[in-house]
Design a protein around this ligand. Structure first.
Ligand code: MOS
Length: 694
């Protein structure tokens, strides 16, 4: 075994694990510069309208209050890339929870008391926040999130469906969902003349730096953004959020360093959410269980501030061979908070609906659901016609079936019982695309020994530092412990965010290139290193392979076992087992954590996570973790993640596909399909709470 075989793929522990569990790892709220002030925002209390007056005097009279910023006195900002960041720039209130003020004070308590004392008067306007499948304002947009065409069509889906021997025509509903990372969105900003330094809880510092440059009309090199430790994001920190803009504004207005830590109850209105999706699926099949027609139509909402269209019909373009295929997205612009990315936007709700409908088709046909999927394997990607760089969906299904003990399962619904419990099992497929973006990195051989690798990656809890050190050690031919790594500082250079399951591929390609170059330089020289060491840089802008002649996706399969309590209506997931084909797995320990984390989030989506837009008041009803139920340990009995070895030479130097999101894709469908198997009842609206199931 060579050194590189040992390091790539090894279950290496996270480098910052000890710092994190001992509380020594600083998060964005913990940069306590001298004179640091705290701030608390004031959210709008109307669903739509305008601010007609602000009385800040009662707040300013309180001890410790330094300033009250509103649209009347806040610094004027330049045009943002993201209009949700135009905070305190005008009286218009586009949705409830939009920030209309910020109170800056000596302490967090004083800021909160000040925010409660500010009096805001509004003029209200009529609002509409309710999405229905037939919303009169719904339209087909130019494109959906990710730049995908909103609508595609092949063959004659209506005619083929009408003449199919077997048909499933069903509607599924996924409610709005919230990211709720453990660490709320937080930034600490301070100005040093015209230099701005911020510590921000963000999935990527480059995007924050660029947006702050636009807003504060500064050259990018006047702004430094750091995100050393980030307590999760799940997409909601993929773009800058109002905390960082407000912190920079408040710091400029008061001349003090300022921290803005958004209260959790304010997050749903201002950090994005997974938009609700209404799905209509029509699947036609012949007597042999082969799809003849696949139609997936999605209706969703966006805000009036910005168009974001959850691309939930996109996975139907990837999954199964169907000679007639139509996918459509429609969107209604409502007076709601602006939706955005949440773990596997598109694939997650889309595959919930598609994989539930496939299960319905399997029941209709009397074909085993694993077998049905195997029968509908496409030769090439159905929508694009491209060959797959690698596709091992069937292998995942078969390996999962073997590990789960699927064989011999009685397919009849309601065939398993234990006391007052109905027991059932279900399966669903998973997929997530392979994405990659340009990045810069450097590697230096240090005269005192060892290497320093710098890349502006962000570690949102995934173990990015650790796996990038493994990539570097592999390319350098060095023992892992001789590689130091610095990340999450915009001063290092540009990098894409930790998102789209693309971080490791993007940052890793640059790290690999810089380290391989350095290794080559070192091989050609002899004698001691100069005082500054020897260094190499990489910029993958010209080489990164974002467009490929191959269809590149990770695939997987989930198997779930549930017990449904016929007395209480409670559903418990007793087992969840996933098998994934995601290229080369670079760190067995952190990869397993990612898969299990995604699957657990899918379990929450299936059973407990639910949000509602209040038609009268306009904001989400479930705004905190007391009302929005994420799984707790007792809800998660046995979750297992496995993978198959997949060699794919069309990816990146590491041979890896992304793993951050695929775990959540399809897992809710596996649970829902198991509930149908247990009860014989098909529930088509999430979550499967006792009030619905009983
Ligand atoms: Mo993920 S939703 O791409 O951060």
């Amino acid at each position: 075994m060579t050194a590189s075989d040992a390091v790539l793929g090894a279950p290496v522990e996270r480098r910052e694990g000890r710092e994190k569990v001992t509380g020594a790892a600083p998060y964005a709220a913990e940069y306590d510069a001298p004179g640091r002030a705290q701030a608390w925002p004031v959210p709008a209390t109307v669903a739509r309208g305008r601010v007609t007056g602000v009385d800040a005097a009662p707040a300013l009279a309180l001890p410790g209050v330094l300033a009250v910023l509103t649209h009347e006195n806040a610094p004027r900002l330049g045009d943002p890339d993201d209009p949700t960041l135009s905070v305190l720039q005008g009286p218009h209130v586009p949705h409830r929870g939009w920030f209309v003020g910020l109170v800056v004070a000596e302490t967090l308590e004083a800021a909160r008391a000040g925010a409660a004392a500010v009096r805001v008067a509004y003029e209200t306007e009529p609002h509409d926040v309710t999405l229905t499948a037939a919303h009169s304002g719904a339209y087909v947009p130019e494109s959906a999130n990710g730049g995908f065409p909103a609508a595609t069509e092949h063959g004659d889906p209506d005619g083929a469906f009408a003449s199919s021997a077997h048909r499933v025509d069903v509607e599924y509903t996924v409610p709005p969902l919230h990211n709720h990372p453990m660490e709320p969105h937080t930034s600490t900003a301070h100005w040093d003349g015209d230099r701005l330094v911020v510590h921000s809880s963000s999935q990527g510092t480059t995007a924050v730096q660029k947006e702050l440059a636009r807003l504060f009309r500064l050259a990018e090199d006047r702004i430094t953004v750091r995100a050393q430790h980030v307590g999760g994001g799940f997409g909601s920190k993929g773009t800058p959020r109002p905390d960082v803009v407000l912190a920079a504004m408040a710091a400029r207005a008061t001349g003090r360093p300022v921290t803005v830590a958004l209260p959790r109850r304010y997050l749903p209105a201002v950090v994005g959410h997974r938009a609700p999706t209404l799905h209509r699926l029509r699947l036609g099949a012949d007597g042999g269980g082969r799809l003849t027609s696949l139609v997936h139509e999605v209706t969703t909402h966006t805000s009036r501030v910005k168009e974001f269209v959850e691309q939930a019909a996109v996975p139907a373009r990837v999954m199964y061979a169907a000679p007639a295929l139509r996918t459509v997205h429609r969107v209604a612009a409502l007076d709601v908070p602006t939706p955005s990315w949440m773990r596997a936007p598109g694939e997650c709700p889309g595959m919930y609906a598609l994989e539930s409908a496939m299960d319905e088709l399997a029941v209709e046909l009397g074909v085993d659901p694993v077998e049905l999927r195997a029968r509908n394997e496409p030769e090439t990607e159905p929508d694009s016609g491209k060959p797959y760089s690698s596709r091992h969906l069937v292998e995942c299904l078969r390996e999962g079936a073997r590990r789960f003990g699927w064989e011999g399962r009685d397919p009849r619904p309601r065939s398993g019982a234990a006391g007052s419990l109905l027991i059932g099992s279900g399966v669903a497929s998973a997929t997530y695309p392979v994405l990659v973006s340009p990045c810069v990195a450097s590697a230096r051989a240090l005269p005192e020994g060892g290497f320093l690798v710098r890349v502006n990656a962000t570690d949102i809890g995934t173990g990015a530092r650790t796996v990038l050190a493994q990539v570097a050690a592999d390319a350098l031919g060095s023992p892992l412990e001789r590689v130091r790594i610095e990340v999450a500082d915009s001063g290092i250079g540009f990098a894409p965010m930790a998102g789209g399951s693309s971080g490791t591929a993007s940052w890793g390609s640059a790290v690999h290139e810089a380290c391989a170059r350095l290794a080559g330089m070192l091989a050609e020289r002899s004698g001691p290193l100069p005082d500054e060491g020897v260094s190499a840089e990489a910029d993958t802008s010209g080489t990164v392979d974002a467009e490929s002649p191959y269809a590149r996706h990770a695939f997987g399969a989930h198997f779930a076992e549930v017990g449904v309590d016929t007395v209480s209506g409670e559903v418990r997931v007793t087992r969840l087992l996933g098998v994934f084909a995601a290229g080369r797995i670079l760190n067995a320990r952190t990869a397993r954590s990612q898969f299990i984390g995604g699957m657990t989030m899918g379990l929450g989506m299936a059973l407990t996570e639910d949000s509602t837009v209040d038609p009268e008041f306009g904001d989400f009803v479930q705004r905190d973790l007391a009302a929005y139920h994420v799984p707790a340990h007792a809800d998660v009995a046995a979750v297992e993640a496995h993978w198959i070895d997949e060699e794919d030479g069309h990816l990146n130097p590491m041979g890896s596909k992304g793993i951050g999101e695929i775990g959540i894709v399809g897992s809710a469908a596996a649970v829902g399909n198991a509930v149908h198997h247990a009860t014989g009842i098909r529930f088509r609206e999430l979550p499967l709470t006792p009030d619905r199931v009983l």
